[in-house]
Structures are given as structure tokens and as C-alpha cells.
Design a protein around this ligand. Structure first.
Ligand code: VG1
Ligand code: CO
Length: 558
């Protein structure tokens, strides 16, 4: 078999966002569109590509399998030595990260648009993860983008026979060199990794009720995303939960029409079931398995910012951290700062990075960070370089087992010790792009004017005085790389914050995200929507959001 070189022309807009390139399926299936982007990913690796090992897999959404097969034929043509491919092209994002590290691969190509809906009319996505297992950093994705603006040809071995439906290894000879395709069981490596991190024997006893006679009442919802097979293996086979504890565990190309985003709006079915039923814990994941939502008895909601702080507080009940120690903590800038208080108490470094998991990688590689999270339902540790939904649920089960308490009690106890960060996020999805850009530019101008600091805003009987206001910029403490324009933020004297940014994961139009965060030392049992109302009104006033977007209400509130 030999390489064939095919002429192509540039497609505009192949610029990876917060986490890879995400577009409608119809965009990806245009002639040579996917080929162009894949060639640029491969070229961005330079000489390291020759003879390398790469991991390939995705969340099983529409076009995943075809894209995996195409990538195999292109890798063969570009001198890659070996591919580890999930059976039927299926691997969760955390599983890819784990595999890259486990096999010391050069990287991985992840086929997912994560929490975006799937199917022929919806979204597809491709992202590259580097040898540490994490999403490629900005310098790398910029290189991919640069290449995409000048591409003239791509390489492929069209005649390469490909069958990814069966586990097994095939060795081909391409350009007189061996090219190995190993189709692997999608879940085995990941499940073993979880067994090394958590005490499965203890968790099994707890979940199955072997000693107490009382099985844990769980509702684990995979929303028809990739986690289905992982959930069945871990919760049913390893931990002895019963079949009715898991739902929507068949990964479907269109997620069965569900929006695979684990939040109070899109996982409403789970929230309703847990609110009306008798459950100890409810949990859901997104399409590619890196996000998680945790709710307690009667759908008591745990904000992701709180979840991170609670896990930080109890890390020592997890064998992995007993063994490897506890380094620093981190959160993305819009995430409420509850974890900072735990870090302070434990005497650990706490980092604040821009939105997107790629910004945690360097700190983890440098041994300064072991636990991090984002308000967008992302929680994870340095066991891999992606956020990890199932890991988060296993961490929560470990904490429940360790404390013998329910989720609501664990949270209330946490707030009584640390105080509470009330938090909410408003998403205005699929707005028109131009007015949103104008809104952001106008607001930036307003808040960065020197006269803005010290200004006082009042609403609902509350007053807030501006302490700092800027467009967030971040210098990576390890490689000193700088990321600018990461979100507008207004920090008030009492620590409350308003943050506003445009999403970098949408496939069309603009999504505005408004984040509100307010700390209370003693008044910890209030309702977030009530407590935050004054700040929300102030944010809408400063940003003039209703005027620019024409929206009176957000699409999603978390
Ligand atoms: C969103 C979230 C961000 C997360 C990113 C990828 O980005 O806000 O916290 O890291 O999605 O998550 P944006 O730019 O749309 O706000 V996933 O599960 O889509 O890979
Ligand atoms: Co995701």
C-alpha cells in the first residue's frame, strides 16, 4: 500500500475553540473539510509524527465512525507507526486521556462535540490531545489553524482495509513501513485505572449494601452518551448496583434526541425523577463523559464550584491521594472560589486559570496541582489531563461512604465551616454574533475606564462597590505563556463578582455566559436565585444585555 496525495483548497474558520473544532455535521461532511483539518493536526506534530503512536476515538455521535476510519487511512499515509482505536470508534474523553498516558502515545484525536446535541442536523467536533493526555495548548491549536489557512494537499491511503468493529491488531505495510492498527476494548483500560484510584471493595460494599443490607439508591443517567458502557461496567458489574440504578446507558448517534449536557435544564428528566423518587444520589454526564452533575436526595443540587471544594476537603479518603499526596488546587476564573477557602485552610497553592481544561495541564505536569474544576460541571484530578465525570461520581461515593452522610448534610456541614459561595450562570444561547461582540466591546470600555473602580451599584437593598474590573489575562506560571481577553470581570469590595464572556464551544451564532458569584459567611441556607437577584440586575444594567441581544431571559440557568 502507498500514500496518495490529494489536492485541496482552504476552508475558512478551522480555528479550534475552547476545546477543539466544533461545527455542524454538514460542515464537516463537505468535500475535504475533515481531511483538511486532520492533515493540519498531523502536520502540527512535525517530525515527531513519524513512527509515533496515536489514540483515536470519540463519543459515538453521528459521523464518529466514518471520521475514525478516515483518520486511520490518513495516519497510515502520514507515517504514524501505530494507532490505538476504540472499538466502533468509541472512547470517552477521559478514556482517551488515560490511554495516551498509559501507552506513552504522542497524542490522541478525540471525536466529539461534547455536550452539544448530535445527529445529522447537529454538531460534530475534532480535537487533538498532546502527550500529557490533555487538550493541545493555545500555541499548538494556533499552529493547526495557521496550517489550515494555507493547506494545498492532504495524504491518504484510500485502499487501506479498515474494520474497527472487532477488537484485535492488524499490521499493514504502507510505503514499505509497518503500520499497526490495534482496535481496543473501549472501557477496559479506563475501568482498571479507576480501580487503581478508588477502593472498589469498600465502594462495592457501600453501593450494593452487602453489609448494611441497604443498597444505595442511585440514579446514574448517561443521557445516551458515551458513558453508558463505562457506567454499566463500573456501577453494575464492579460495584454491584442493580439495573434500575442506571438509565440511558446505550450510546446513540443522536443521543436519542437528548441534549447531552448534565445541568438542571437539559437533564430535567433526572432532576424530576430524583425530586419525586427516593434516591440518595443522582448523577448525569455529558456526551463525551468529561462533565458531571451531582444531586442529592429530593434533587438537592450541588453546584460544580461547591462539588470541587467538598472533594478538596475530603481528598484524603481516596487511596490515590493517600498514596500520591495532595498538591495544589485550581479552578477556572468564572468558577466560584469555594475551593480557595479549602486550599487556604489546608495550606495549599490555589490557581485561577482561564476557561478550558488545557490551562490546568502545565501545572499538573509540574507537580503543583492535583485537583481542579470548572463551574461548567467539570471536575477532575491529575490522574489524567481531562475532566472526568465518572471519576467525580466515584469521588462523591467515596465521600458519602467515608462520612456516612447524605449529600445535603455534607454540603450544609461544608458551608457551616467555610461559608457559602452562592453561584449562578445564565446562558443566552444562539444569539446573533455582531451585537454580542458589540456588547462585549462596549462593556469592556465601560469597566476598564479608570473611573469605574470605586463606583457603587445598588439593587434590591444591596450595594456593591467596584474593587477591580478587567478583561481577564493569565500568565502560565510554568511556561510563562500568556492568554489574554479571557472574560470581563467585575470584582466588588466584598468579593462578589460578575463575569461575562462569549462561549468558545458553540457551532453557530454566539452564546453569552453571565456568571454571578457572591460569598456569605453566615447566611448560608438561602436560595441562590433570591440571594443573587440584586447582582444579576446590576450585571444586566452594566452590560445592557437585553438591549444588545434582544433577550429578556436566559436559555439555561445553572
Ligand atoms: C465550555 C465551558 C468550559 C469547558 C468547555 C469544554 O466552554 O464553559 O468551562 O471547559 O465548555 O467542555 P465555553 O467556551 O463554551 O464556555 V466540554 O465538556 O464541551 O469539552
Ligand atoms: Co464534554
Amino acid at each position: 500500500l502507498a500514500t496518495e496525495t490529494v489536492a485541496t483548497t482552504v476552508y475558512e474558520g478551522q480555528k479550534p475553540g475552547t476545546s477543539g473544532l466544533r461545527k455542524k455535521v454538514k460542515v464537516f461532511t463537505q468535500a475535504n473539510y475533515t481531511e483538511n483539518f486532520v492533515q493540519c493536526i498531523l502536520d502540527a506534530n512535525g517530525d515527531a509524527l513519524k513512527g509515533s503512536t496515536l489514540v483515536v476515538g470519540g463519543d459515538g455521535r453521528f459521523y464518529c465512525k466514518e471520521a475514525a476510519e478516515l483518520i486511520i487511512r490518513m495516519c497510515a499515509a502520514n507515517g504514524v507507526g501505530k494507532l490505538l482505536v476504540g472499538q466502533n470508534g468509541i472512547l470517552s474523553t477521559p478514556a482517551v486521556s488515560s490511554l495516551i498516558r498509559h501507552h506513552k502515545a504522542l497524542g490522541g484525536i478525540v471525536l466529539t462535540a461534547s455536550h452539544n446535541p448530535g445527529g445529522p442536523e447537529n454538531d460534530f467536533g475534532i480535537k487533538f490531545n498532546c502527550e500529557n493526555g490533555g487538550p493541545a495548548p493555545d500555541a499548538f491549536t494556533n499552529k493547526i489553524y495557521q496550517l489550515s489557512t494555507a493547506i494545498k494537499e492532504y495524504k491518504i491511503v484510500k485502499g487501506l482495509p479498515v474494520d474497527i468493529t472487532k477488537v484485535g491488531t492488524t499490521t499493514h505495510t504502507v510505503n514499505n513501513q509497518p503500520f499497526v492498527v490495534e482496535v481496543i476494548d473501549s472501557v477496559a483500560n479506563y475501568v482498571n485505572h479507576m480501580k487503581e484510584i478508588f477502593d472498589f471493595a469498600k465502594l462495592k460494599d457501600y453501593v450494593s449494601g452487602k453489609t448494611s443490607g441497604k443498597p444505595l439508591k442511585m440514579r446514574i443517567d448517561s443521557l445516551n452518551g458515551v458513558t453508558g458502557s463505562y457506567v454499566r461496567e463500573i456501577f453494575l458489574n464492579c460495584l454491584g448496583a442493580s439495573e434500575q440504578c442506571v438509565v440511558h446507558t446505550t450510546p446513540l448517534p443522536d443521543f436519542g434526541g437528548l441534549h447531552p449536557d448534565p445541568n438542571l435544564t437539559y437533564a430535567k428528566d433526572l432532576v424530576d425523577a430524583v425530586a419525586n423518587g427516593d434516591y440518595d444520589i443522582g448523577a448525569a454526564f455529558d456526551g463525551d463523559g468529561d462533565r458531571n452533575m451531582i444531586i442529592g436526595h429530593k434533587a438537592f443540587f450541588v453546584t460544580p464550584s461547591d462539588s470541587l471544594a467538598v472533594i478538596a476537603h475530603y481528598l484524603e479518603c481516596i487511596p490515590y491521594f493517600q498514596k500520591n499526596g495532595i498538591q495544589g488546587f485550581a479552578r477556572s476564573m468564572p468558577t466560584a472560589s469555594a475551593v480557595d477557602l479549602v486550599g487556604k485552610k489546608l495550606g495549599k497553592e490555589v490557581f485561577e486559570v482561564p476557561t478550558g481544561w488545557k490551562y490546568f495541564g502545565n501545572l499538573m505536569d509540574a507537580g503543583r496541582l492535583c485537583l481542579c474544576g470548572e463551574e461548567s460541571f467539570g471536575t477532575g484530578s491529575n490522574h489524567i489531563r481531562e475532566k472526568d465525570g465518572i471519576w467525580a461520581v466515584l469521588a462523591w461515593l467515596s465521600i458519602m461512604q467515608h462520612t456516612g452522610k447524605g449529600i445535603e448534610d455534607i454540603l450544609k456541614n461544608h458551608w457551616s465551616v467555610y461559608g457559602r459561595n452562592y453561584f449562578t450562570r445564565y446562558d443566552y444561547e444562539e444569539c446573533e454574533l455582531d451585537p454580542c461582540n458589540e456588547m462585549m466591546a462596549t462593556m469592556e470600555k465601560t469597566i476598564t475606564d479608570p473611573s469605574f473602580v470605586g463606583k457603587e451599584f445598588s439593587s434590591g437593598g444591596k450595594s456593591y462597590k467596584v474593587k477591580v474590573a478587567d478583561n481577564f489575562a493569565y500568565t502560565d506560571p510554568v511556561d510563562k505563556s500568556v492568554a489574554t481577553k479571557q472574560g470581563l470581570r467585575i470584582v466588588f469590595e466584598d468579593g462578589s463578582r460578575i463575569v461575562m464572556r462569549l462561549s468558545g464551544t458553540g457551532s453557530s451564532g454566539a452564546t453569552v455566559r453571565l456568571y454571578i458569584d457572591s460569598y456569605e459567611k453566615d447566611n448560608v441556607l438561602g436560595q441562590a436565585s433570591v440571594m443573587l437577584k440584586p447582582l444579576i440586575d446590576i450585571a444586566l444594567e452594566i452590560s445592557q444585555l437585553p438591549k444588545f441581544t434582544g433577550r429578556n431571559a436566559p436559555t439555561v440557568i445553572t
